[in-house]
Design a protein around this ligand. Structure first.
Ligand code: PHE
Length: 342
């Protein structure tokens, strides 16, 4: 029996030594010390021993049990420490490895130009508005003094969304004049409304079926053409520099009277005429005018008390002039080599 106990002890020690992880130790504990374990089996045979042998063997068995238990605990501590070391090594972060730089984008040049324009107008007390791109013909045309049958309403120019021509993709941001007057009702009104507009145009260096406009509207008592000129000159000089030259040229729009178009002198040739301005010496920037009394009336504003001006700026054109971009298509192509320059 003594040999049996010694054998149990040495086999237990060998098994504990071979264990590689904490869960294995638990299995071993059951196998070595549990009720159905080898040691228990030996102890069960104690009864068959003589009364002299029994205490000696009992003591030996207890010391074997204690030795195995102690070794078990020691192995547990060792294996836990090893597991922790392995985890720390696996999770270690090498702070000396060069990082991957997140690539930061930036605003599109057209939106840089838009934000500059917004800043300028906010400084003059304008409020920024946005409105629908899918618009009622009523707002895009009728309420803007552009009756049925007017050539501007032609199917060949406008993306209509309904057979009866009542709903369309707005061809201009001018319906925002109507929406602003209907929403604010009581002048003074000073709004700026940027957004997309759509026309059936073929794509070329200066045309696209989708482009952007910035609509402006000012209504108050005693507003005159002088206010319009002053406001737009302020815009052009803030954007393009104090020395830029502005030209107001008579024009026609159904919803303004009188109407004009505003040109800036070509930045390349200073008015002499060159390929950039197509030999004109001037670059067209926007349409504007004094709000037609009929438009005011239609929106419930008394034209004998109030007057106002409106303008519509081509945003792409403004950005092209601002950043000296020669082809409109570059603005929409999203070629990263182009966009990186701004
Ligand atoms: N909506 C006109 C256009 O698209 C521009 C404009 C706006 C003219 C406001 C006068 C007043 O050409």
């Amino acid at each position: 029996m003594k040999e049996q106990l010694e054998q149990i002890k040495s086999r237990a020690f060998a098994a504990l030594e071979a264990a590689k992880a904490v869960p294995e130790l638990e299995e071993l504990r059951v196998r070595l010390l549990g009720k159905k374990g080898e040691l228990t089996a030996v102890l069960k045979m104690m009864g068959k021993l003589s009364s002299e042998e029994r205490p000696v063997m009992g003591q030996l068995a207890n010391s074997v049990r204690a030795a195995i238990e102690a070794r078990l605990d020691a192995r547990r501590t060792e294996l836990e420490a090893a597991a922790l070391d392995a985890r720390l090594a696996a999770e270690a972060l090498d702070v000396t490895v060069p990082g991957t730089k997140p690539e930061l984008g930036h605003r599109h040049p057209m939106y840089i130009a838009l934000d500059e324009a917004k800043e300028i107008f906010i400084g003059m007390g304008f409020q920024i508005l946005e409105g629908p791109e899918v618009e009622l013909a009523d707002y895009n045309f009728t309420k803007l003094n552009t009756e049925e049958g007017h050539p501007a309403r032609d199917w060949s120019d406008t993306f209509y969304l309904k057979e009866d021509s009542s709903v369309l993709l707005r061809t201009q941001t001018s319906p925002m004049q109507i929406r602003a007057m209907e929403a604010i009702k009581q002048p003074p009104i000073r709004i700026l409304a940027p957004g997309r507009v759509y026309r059936k145009d073929e794509v070329d260096a200066t045309h696209s079926p989708m482009f952007h406009q910035i609509e402006g509207l000012v209504i108050d008592k005693g507003i005159t053409m002088a206010d319009l000129k002053g406001t737009l000159e302020t815009l052009v000089k803030s954007l393009y520099g104090e020395d830029s030259v502005v030209r107001f040229r008579p024009h026609h729009f159904p919803f303004t009277e009188p109407s004009c178009e505003v040109d800036v002198q070509c930045f390349k040739c200073r008015g002499a005429g060159c390929p950039t301005c197509k030999g004109e010496g001037w670059i067209e920037l926007l349409g504007a005018g004094m709000v037609h009394p009929r438009v005011l009336e239609g929106c419930g504003i008394d034209p004998s008390v109030y007057s106002g001006f409106a303008f519509g700026i081509g945003l792409e054109r403004m950005a092209m002039r601002r950043f000296q971009i020669s082809d409109l298509r570059l603005i929409f192509e999203n070629d990263i080599r182009f966009l990186r320059q701004f």
